[in-house]
Design a binder for this molecule. Structure first.
Ligand code: DGL
Length: 280
């Protein structure tokens, strides 16, 4: 059995492309349809109700492409909206929190785990709850790093002086508490990995929840016998709620290759159920 339908992926902006990069590396023949909610980013400082509504609307949009699964490539949406999405969607839906939590517990071997994420993700306590399933006694420190997403969305690199100062300010107090593992609990954060690793040093293992999610998606699709058997190279079609040009430019850094197929979806078309299905 095989399934040549696409994989739907979404994030509040460009951060989810770090998950796409990993999916493409592992599944080069799959077609991926990505939605980046660039008009409404950031999600991490918004309420549960608002992030859940945005996530529902995006999934309804992605369903027009007839995806075989949807990947919530946003920790904030996974932390606050995944249960509702699982209930409402007619296809399997995978979030990024659970895979990262599992990996962190595995490597921590009973030592302290630190989680950095958006304010909404930390407030939801989703990582601590997910880790408790694998180790009820897990020691988990959590810290919001609200300036990281705007830095990344602004295109600032790891070697930028402001980025490095902000990373130091957030992470030095964590490093002093001597965790064994640090979870990058936001899909934007892998873009700052070099600056983060400079502060954490070699003694702290960094867990990228996006990488782990891609691994889980491959496992699940394999188990469902739903991998594509197309022999042609896969594709990436991106839809954004604002500023496609900017998405193209920044997205290239996230994906590691140029992103050519980016379409702006005006709000009325995004919400309209009558709109014709976009053809991929
Ligand atoms: N990339 C998202 C996450 O993983 C959210 C960033 C934001 O919109 O605040 O949490």
């Amino acid at each position: 059995m095989a399934d040549d339908r696409c994989i739907g992926v979404f994030d509040s902006g460009i951060g989810g492309l770090t998950v796409v990069r990993e999916l493409q590396r592992r599944l080069p023949n799959e077609r991926i349809v990505y939605f980046g909610d660039t008009a409404r980013v950031p999600y991490g400082i918004k309420s549960t109700q608002t992030v859940t509504r945005f996530s529902r609307e995006i999934c309804e949009f992605l369903l027009r492409f007839d995806p075989k699964v949807i990947v919530v490539a946003c920790n904030t949406a996974s932390a606050v909206a995944l249960a509702e999405l699982e209930e409402m969607l007619p296809v399997p839906v995978y979030g990024v929190v659970e895979p990262g939590a599992r990996e962190a517990v595995l490597h921590a071997e009973g030592h302290t785990i630190a989680v950095i994420a958006t304010e909404a993700t930390i407030l939801s306590d989703a990582y601590r709850k997910a880790m408790a399933k694998y180790n009820p006694g897990a020691r988990v420190l959590q810290k919001p790093c609200p300036l990281f997403v705007p830095l990344v969305e602004e295109g600032r690199h790891s070697d930028d002086a402001i980025t490095r100062a902000v990373v130091r300010d957030y992470l030095e107090p964590i490093v002093r508490l001597d965790p064994k593992v640090l979870v990058l609990g936001c899909t934007h954060y892998p873009l700052l990995k070099d600056a983060i690793a400079e502060v954490t040093g070699e003694g702290i293992r960094l867990v990228d929840s996006g990488e782990q999610t891609a691994r889980v998606v491959v496992e699940r699709l394999t188990a469902l016998e739903a991998l594509s058997v197309r022999t042609m190279k896969g594709s990436l079609s991106c839809y954004v709620s604002d500023n496609p040009q900017r998405f193209k430019e920044l997205g290239q850094r996230f994906c590691g290759h140029p992103i050519t197929d980016v379409t702006w979806v005006p709000h009325e078309q995004f919400l309209s159920h009558d709109a014709p299905s976009p053809v991929v």
